[in-house]
Write a protein of this length. Sequence first.
Length: 686
Amino acid sequence: MTHCLNPDCPKPQNPDGNLFCQSCGTKLRLESSENSTFPGCYRALKEIGVGGFTKTYLAVDESQPRKPLCIIKQFRPSPTASRPATELFREEVDRLKAIGNHPQIPNLLAWFEQGDRQYLVQEYIPGTNLATELAEQGTFTESQIRELLESVLPILHFIHHHRLIHRDIKPENIIRRPHPTQGTLTRKRQSTRLVLVDFGGSKYAPEATLYQPGTTIGSAEYTAPEQLRGQARFVSDLYSLGVTCIHLLTNMSPFDLWDSLEGRWIWRDYLLNPVSDELATILDKMLIESLSKRYASAAVALKALNPKIQIKNPVKSAISKGKVVMVSQSFPPIENSSTIKQESEKKSPSPEPPSPSPLNSPPAPVGWKCVQTIAETAGKTPINAIAFSAQSRTIAGGNDQGVVALWDLETGELVQKISASDQGLLAIAIASDGQILATGSMDGAVKIWSLWQLSPKDLRDGVPPIQTQTLTGHTSLVSSVAICPDKQRVATASRDRTVKIWSLATGQLQFTLTGHGDRVTCIAYNPKWATSDPGRSHVLASGSADGSIHLWQADTGELLQDFPAHSGAIHALAIGPDGKTLISCSWDRTLKIWTLPTATNKGPELRETLCPHVLPGSAVAISPNGKTFATASHDTTIKLWTLDTIEPVATLSGHSMTVSSLAYSPDGTTLASASHDGTIKLWRNF
């Protein structure tokens, strides 16, 4: 069959002998002869891909005796493009011609324009992509990952030298070309060349524009954080290649290989075949979120992988009427960590990290502003949790060094530090009256502190909080803590798959709640705690990496409800002040709003499902008056919504790494956000 290239054709399939579409009358063959290195007559066989303004077809070149297969890419101009489509298309042609001479990149065969559309014809690469290999043959071994890196890193070195960032490296875009004598791939992976394909989303990045914000593109699971903010760098491709490797080693979604509670990759926990510490360290460095700590270039990464490999300096190409003329020249330095640092300093002389662009949203309304950035260790120590203290007008943050720091809300001044653990703190809670502080840490311990005697003056004078209890019983890290509204008990959630409820007065364990099939990631008490109807108000909600939510009768330990809520790990829960609304966010990139039951024998009703962020959500908070709620994500943005109508209010940008925690002040006038970039930001609506 012949496929019609008219994107609006209602019935694009035609018999092979047709010259014109029998449905819409469009000419079915593309011919190029004037401006192509290899003139041809191209007939589309079937559609194999669709992008924002592109369609891709498998085709055949009928001008050649053997009628070889090829790829046709059809472009339609964007109505919002800032420059003429023809100009942009011709620049892309020049870039693809420049790199098409590389044996591991598809060759550009033809390019031409017809009507309001442009076309590229590229070499068809036979073989199997790595995603298919993984599905058919199972997880990769260390030797196969080393082969992949030793083959693909030189390609990246080559395209980066030509100032191109690929921006969509993933298993589907790496094809193993079979040996010419090989009819098909055998069950054993062959040591043949890997080919990097699909440069449709690549970006030309000369020095003058490298640090300018651009469009967001790529496959979210494999895309570097800075690229998701529209700020792709050459090292963004290294990040994507690293994610590709850990996916091939584990056969798990990259989303499931990142533990947001600890702020680190946990891919080593899911290895079926062990790898050496040397390779693991190399992959970890490719995956570092901080640009300055990632490998500075593909050449540096390759040198770390195999010091004996001598990577050749590429040569740039001069374009002259379709002919590729190789021109030798010295190799200029590619972007490195010092360059990144110098450019960042030029653009942002203040210690605050540069603000990324909002993702897929309009700028925040003028009313919402960041009024204070608290940055004691900006860029150094991730902050994992925050909580407000109403009494002392401070905000507390727990970081990866096991320290609780308290800052003055008005001035941003650091007024007190508490060394709470030898390991990182993952959870903090402060009672509604500001008298009790609870912390949960990576060593599994929970500590209780008395804050009742503290005023802002006490804090500034160095009067420390008094530790009253150390609660031990969890066998793994504590991911969440919640103080009961009656201030008589505290609940803790752990990676050991349990929730424990303790007496605040004595430290005695009252209940151990079991039933989740995976680690418990978050818990939330119903803030409308009442004795008149404990069956409905004495509720504790817990969310798990198994995607389920459990509702517990918190004063008896009875399980009230157990329901599957998400297809991925649940990361955050919040219950509204009226006790009727539950919000959950998950690694499946959805946020769900539930109406809690009015009777214990009924389950929650799903009210709304949202996909508010490019990457999975990391935190959620509901305002004290119940009128708005806030969501945060690994894409570094915060979004505000109305709770009654579920309408977007604002998108807040400013953090440079994952937003780990959100909290509203008790009076509802301030929203605080903490991030792995080491800062806390205070937002207010004027």
